[in-house]
Design a protein around this ligand. Sequence first.
Ligand code: ADP
Ligand code: MG
Length: 701
Amino acid sequence: MKEGVFPMAFTDEIFGINVFNDAVMRQRLPRETYKALKATIDNGSLLDPQVASVVANAMKDWALEKGATHYTHWFQPLNSVTAEKHDAFISPLPGGRVISEFSGKELVRGEADASSLPSGGLRSTFEARGYTAWDPTSYAFIKDHILCIPTAYCSYGGEALDKKTPLLRSMEALNIQAVRILRLFGRNDATRVTPTVGPEQEYFLVDQDLFDLRSDLIFTGRTLFGAKPPKGQELGDHFFGTIPTRVQAFMSELNEELWKLGILAKTEHNETAPAQHEMAPIYAIVNVACDHNQLTMDIMKKVARKHHLVCLLHEKPFAGVNGSGKHNNWSMFTNTGYNLLEPGDSPHESAQFLLFLTSVIKAVDDYQDLLRASVASSGNDHRLGGCEAPPAIISIFLGDELTEILESLEAGKDYSGREKTDMAIGVHVLPKIPKDTTDRNRTSPFAFTGNKFEFRSLGSAASISDANVVLNTIVAESLRVFADELEKAPDFRQALHDLIVRTIREHKRILFNGNNYADEWVQEAARRGLVRLESTVDALPSYTAEKNIALFERHGVLSAAELRSRRDIGLDSYAKIINIEAETMLLMVRRQIIPAVIRYAGDLSGSILKIQEAGCPAGSAGALLHSLSARLEDLIRAAETLEQALKGKLNDAEPVFAAAYMHDRILPAMREVRRIADELEQLTDKTCWPFPTYDQLLFSV
Ligand code: ADP
Ligand code: MG
């Protein structure tokens, strides 16, 4: 990436102090070593083992000076969190002494006995060895006195067991195809194309004392009970509101910690729901953005604890107010610093822009199912479909102006609606494409925002890898198809024009600028034949649809076996999460809610007796007691139904059936338990209720 492409405005002393970044490398590595490593980072050329040794030694010296004692191959297994196993920098010497050592081999490759990490059938436990391999394109860093080396993680047979490997492969796939297109436009200066991403991260903060009193938050990260308080988000007074002092203190420390790690934390603000906030970094190359986002989530949780707060990253911690997501701002840059989704000034640039734009339109239309699958999780299911987040139906928002330009191209008319005699793209007739579409649509799952696409369906807790693997690969596929056609064409301009017009015609059904929350859209989308995958159980099997296996294999991103493993791990964790939620629910009902309601009913009946002794009718107090005991019966029955349903769960079935059972049988039973418990909460004396309620959780920080 050309220098200056990423705004590096932090002259601040702390920015990047814990990162073995380009400046440190330049300073500490011999010139030749630096050049060789830089070639690997910039162009993906193979790294010489001798170069690795020199780098390892410099890295170790730097880390020791910074107080590090251990190193780790930091990787991202398939459970969406990060994994690390620490090794000290020591090596024994004769005479009982030690020296600090870190070899090139240790830098480049590691072996982890990781039999407890999910592999989705790719690795049996007796062959539990996994291997980690250095990703030199993402800088090493120091966290808690540990030198962390970003690595990919594979099985003995070379199958990807992590989130980084396919991401790197998908970047390469996109690079290959995008460069083919650039050649056709005569742009021979650019030799590499890299996807960039800026992920906006939403989260909630709750007081730690309150958190500690709720088993549901502790075990599941979300509230399984809670009546809606009188005030939610309806006044819109939290979004962009003044940041409370305690939250500001958290944000300031978070920023500082992130900056030290070279993470470009930029924007912070309150979000829509009470107690909800957002942090957005400046965009980076996608694999770095992914590493940084994983680190950000990790550090958010740690810093929150220091402020006696708990950071909730779950997609739906509270019913009745918005949940949390990530907005994945995605674009493609050449190594000459040119954004391929930036509408150009000249007709020539505009033609190139239109081709890249339509490649995304085609990709999203052809692979709606994969995009939906890439954001599927039990947590995110609560969000997608609610009128707060993009719906489960994927569509693209382009804005009125750009849509009109595409429509006029398709109709063979000029932008102002006149018949055109010469519509060849790339010559003077091409309309000037607006740089900034000011109209914004917050309901669309996939919106063009001037010079990038914003995929808004990602869940707040998940790694951004899955969505970007899909995005990179499906756009690579569109570009491949385009390049195949254009490279053969005798008349490039004519072929380009025909291709763009045809692509618009074939894929315009995916374009929708209206309100994605409206019921009419659901019907309209059905008429258009768009894919609607409501739940994770519906969505994840898309990974192994024949057309999708063919896609990933063609571009060398994921094999059929790797896709199966990803699908099954997703379904398996879906079933396990719902099981934990259901068990937690039963625990809270039986050991907390029922005893509390009985206690309160006892107090109430004592009071009623006293009222009657005083010669007064029990009246409404009696009615309340009736209400309470009737609902208590209902609750006990609903809990029994849930428990029975849990006994029937399909432990040994195929993951898709086990997950479907949880979706079809357990979730409805849980909803019923919650409904009754929330009614009881509203009838019960607040001082008797066994755990903090929504008003306390949402409005106390
Ligand atoms: P919002 O969508 O909330 O209005 P912004 O427009 O400020 O937010 O941008 C959100 C994110 O998009 C930021 O992380 C920003 O760095 C990122 N972004 C901007 N340009 C690009 C680009 N060309 N590629 C990828 N991400 C980008
Ligand atoms: Mg945004």
